[in-house]
Design a protein around this ligand. Structure first.
Ligand code: C2E
Ligand code: CA
Ligand code: CA
Length: 277
């Protein structure tokens, strides 16, 4: 038994080392990912639930590590935040998404472009300027840009309010992402200039099987109607979820049921198909 314990101990040491060395590799890799052009945006269609019409896309970051392959954003975004690289990377995402939207605008594809904003970016004192620069450089019309921020920015509510007002003046839309997974309550939204709330996929995942979740989602939609913001349900994978959401007044959604995030060329053929119809 003693020998086994020793083996286990060595096993865990080994394990920790490999986790650590992967993290170090990712940290180093992130510092050169932009210059080496290893980052790419994929786009997931956002649809009107009762017709399936695409009215926008969400830009989702992809990283192709030369040695370790495709790294999921849930793994590398927190590391990028930790080492501060989320600032230049986030700036690139914003600029790239705006340029792509402008290309589509010029092809007659007038759709919303939603971009995820880390709370570290949002708290950067030059954030609003960077949004303005991305819009000016691309010539993209501001009303088509949507910024997805998370509830964590609610911690400094006064500052958040001021930034949201500035963004409103620029003419972009703001969405609260992952709503319901953090600590803020629905009433907080009442006092903020928010255009949109995204119902997190962890809720959508349960609407057919958990009656508490189902009534929570109903309440969110009702609240949205009362204080005038739209709701977008994310992570929709089944027809029955669509039916539930439409039946309860949720107008917009996205998820694998409609389309996964796709590279530019693939999403573009979907969008062109829509425009020609
Ligand atoms: P998120 O903003 O909540 O994005 C939704 C995630 O759900 C995406 O994962 C998307 O691919 C996935 N998804 C979409 N439809 C379905 C579905 O029907 N079922 C399931 N199970 N999943 C679905 P992804 O692309 O891996 O991104 C994960 C997270 O990484 C994002 O969550 C967001 O928080 C972050 N992220 C991605 N791109 C960026 C970025 O450019 N900047 C920042 N700051 N964060 C980003
Ligand atoms: Ca998002
Ligand atoms: Ca989410």
């Amino acid at each position: 038994a003693k020998g086994q314990g020793k083996n286990n101990y060595q096993f865990y040491v080994h394990e920790d080392e490999s986790i650590l060395s992967r993290k170090i590799k990712l940290e180093r890799g992130l510092k050169r990912a932009l210059v080496n052009k290893e980052l790419e945006l994929h786009y997931q269609p956002k649809v009107v639930l009762n017709s399936g019409d695409i009215y926008g896309v969400e830009a989702l970051l992809r990283w192709n590590h030369p040695e370790l392959g495709r790294i999921p954003p849930t793994e590398f975004i927190p590391i990028a935040e930790e080492i501060g690289m989320i600032i230049p990377i986030g700036k690139w995402v914003l600029e790239e998404a705006c340029i792509q939207n402008k290309i589509w605008q010029d092809l007659g594809i007038k759709i919303m472009m939603n971009v995820n904003i880390s709370s570290i970016q949002f708290e950067d004192s030059h954030f609003v300027d960077k949004v303005k620069i991305a819009l000016a450089a691309s010539q993209m019309p501001p009303k088509y840009l949507g910024l997805e921020i998370t509830e964590s920015v609610m911690q400094n509510i006064n500052r958040t309010y001021a930034i949201l007002e500035e963004l409103k003046a620029v003419g972009v839309k703001v969405a609260i992402d992952d709503f319901g997974t953090g600590y803020s309550s629905l009433s907080v939204l009442n006092n903020l200039p928010i255009d949109l709330v995204k119902i997190d996929k962890s809720f959508v995942n349960e609407i057919l099987t958990n009656s508490n979740t189902a009534s929570l989602v109903k309440t969110m939609v009702q609240m949205g109607e009362n204080i005038d913001f739209d709701l977008v349900a994310e992570g929709i994978e089944e027809q029955e979820q669509v039916a539930f959401l439409v039946g309860n007044g949720c107008k917009f959604g996205q998820g694998y049921f409609f389309s996964p995030p796709l590279p530019v060329s693939e999403v573009e053929s979907l969008l062109i198909g829509k425009v020609e119809k």
